[in-house]
Design a protein around this ligand. Structure first.
Ligand SMILES: *Cc1c(COP(=O)(O)O)cnc(C)c1O
Length: 387
């Protein structure tokens, strides 16, 4: 099957990012690799075996169905951890598979214990604490009562961790809120200590937490975006590199998304390009058509604003992104031919297209654009994007 484009995954880039993360973590905390959202669009079936080859052995996803996909592609038995809800249908399966999961409601905890007891196993549970994100979690003050109850269920319950999630560690503007979250988490830890039970790993930090809030590292960090070679946002990059005096970007994009020119055409001055009147040719143009459109992960919001690389040079998207193709302007790029490689994300020659150069409209853009890359684009592993 030909999908019109290919995603390359670089072993070398991933290796370097993992080294950078290890450096930022220091010796002690464990690293849990977050591979939800189809490994942030990189392709779970390609990314996870590669990460395992590089020594990673703990993977976090958000849902049970992602955990199922993960189990299909792993080698051996790494730790698999679900950070979201494991619902009624999936709970028995998760317990049976020895999957670790977050619990943030008492009812779910009771249910997990009952199911595990019936299987003569222990459910492997992380207690999620609500510290100020107002999404999911037990209020810290519930913990004393909760732990009194868990102490009576040690036959069917293994506490693997006690965790929370920061609501915006990537931005200084949230400093006050993050500070409060850290305090509430410490309240929870005091209650956990007072219970005398082993509550497992203490973990809080995501990528932004690792870089901006090193006092949240505790026993483990859950790292997503950094391992793929992207910063949580520009502010975090600037702050971290300045603070640690790092002159050039220490992260390396793992992904490179490429396609080919499927045909060439021209538009004379005074004509419109593509559907409607979105782009007016103010001069004679040489145009190329590339078989990626919004149905294939190339966002419609890149109409008249995206850029790609052809023969090492930037070529702007002209007109509206269609369902199945885009039209790019190759006027002035020497020697362009049908079949030439087109880079949508990543490096070609001396230049590169970052996901964020798709547009700086939203800090969340890296996350969103990556995870929207369709599952059926072929993924291939390469050693490096710079041969
Ligand atoms: C997605 C997620 C992470 C990882 O976030 P990054 O910013 O990609 O590092 C960590 N913890 C939880 C609970 C998450 O949902």
């Amino acid at each position: 099957m030909f999908n019109g484009s290919t995603i390359e995954i670089s072993t070398d880039a991933l290796r370097r990012n993992l080294e950078f993360i290890r450096g930022a973590l220091g010796e002690r905390p464990l690293l849990c690799n977050v591979v939800k959202g189809n490994a942030y669009g990189h392709g779970i079936g390609t990314f996870v075996p590669l990460a395992q080859q590089l020594g990673m052995d703990r993977f976090a996803v958000y849902s049970a169905s992602e955990a199922y996909d993960l189990l299909q592609v792993v080698e051996g038995r790494p730790t698999v951890y679900i950070m979201g809800d494991v619902d009624d249908e999936a709970l028995e399966w998760a317990v049976e598979q020895g999957i670790e999961f977050n619990v943030f409601e008492r009812q779910r905890l009771v249910q997990a214990v009952q199911l595990a007891r019936a299987q003569r196993r222990a459910a492997r549970v992380h207690l999620e604490i609500e510290t100020g994100m107002h999404r999911t979690g037990f209020p810290p003050e519930d913990l004393a009562g909760l732990l009194k109850w868990t102490a009576t269920c040690t036959d069917a319950l293994q506490l693997m961790g006690i965790c929370t999630h920061l609501a915006g560690a990537e931005s200084m503007a949230n400093a006050f809120r993050v500070q409060e979250q850290k305090e509430r988490y410490r309240d929870a830890l005091r209650l956990a200590d007072a219970s005398g039970q082993d509550t497992g790993l203490r973990h809080v930090a995501c990528s932004a937490g690792v870089l901006n809030e090193p006092d949240t590292l505790y026993d483990m960090a859950r790292v997503g975006i950094l391992q793929y070679g992207f910063w949580p946002n520009r502010e975090t990059e600037v702050r971290f590199r300045k603070q640690h005096n790092i002159p050039s970007d220490p992260l390396h994009r793992v992904i490179r998304w490429r396609s080919r020119i499927m045909s060439l055409t021209t538009a004379q001055q005074g004509n419109f390009v593509g559907y409607g009147t979105a782009f007016f040719a103010q001069e004679d143009l040489r145009l190329a058509v590339v078989p990626v459109g919004y149905a294939y992960g190339y966002a419609r919001s890149l109409s008249n604003s995206g850029q790609v690389l052809v023969r090492g040079q930037l070529a702007p998207v002209r007109g509206i992104v269609n369902m199945n193709c885009i039209t790019i302007d190759v006027t002035g790029i020497e020697g362009v031919e049908k079949g030439d490689e087109v880079v949508l994300i990543g490096t070609q020659g001396d230049r590169s297209i970052s996901v964020s150069s798709f547009g700086e409209r939203s800090e969340q853009l890296n996350y969103e654009l990556l995870t929207r890359l369709p599952h059926d684009i072929p993924r291939v592993v390469v050693e490096t994007h710079h041969p």
